[in-house]
Design a protein around this ligand. Sequence first.
Ligand SMILES: [Zn+2]
Length: 179
Amino acid sequence: MFMFAGAASSLAPIIQCAHSWAADENAALKSLCSGKLSFFNVHTREGVSVKYLNSRGEFDRRAMTKLNRVFRCRHNHEAHPIDRNLYVLLDAIKSKLGSHERPYLLISGYRSPELNDYLRSRSVAVSDRSFHLRGMAADVSMEGVRLADIRNVAVSLNAGGVGEYSNFVHVDVGPVRSW
Ligand SMILES: [Zn+2]
């Protein structure tokens, strides 16, 4: 409790900006963040590299729009607002890995219900309540970084769901759990 109070006061400006968030969790995560994110979508072959947080920890709307676009459904190309916590979590993971300059390879971001149904018909590993449907999950990898390392760092942050698959790591900002 006291430790949290200390951390909170040193991060007060960030917490003020993140008023719609669970501030305690995200202040700790944001303190790890570089404020920058790069992705390369392996399906659309599109890349994005943005500074999405300013020095006061506020989100840059234009950067978020660009990120959301690259995260759009690969089936119907519908862009969905992605949960900001997910971007913060991915940034924190990258920072902890020390891989600042590497883009994430994005295998799956937002999924429309149609795409999710299609993927479910082909794999038992796809849930009908997938956090991908709510813009709260990403399947990622990173060139030159072991999936196990991404997984372990993500688990250590205790900030959502983490699952390792054969060619990507799933992270989401749902309840904390891992597989
Ligand atoms: Zn996933």
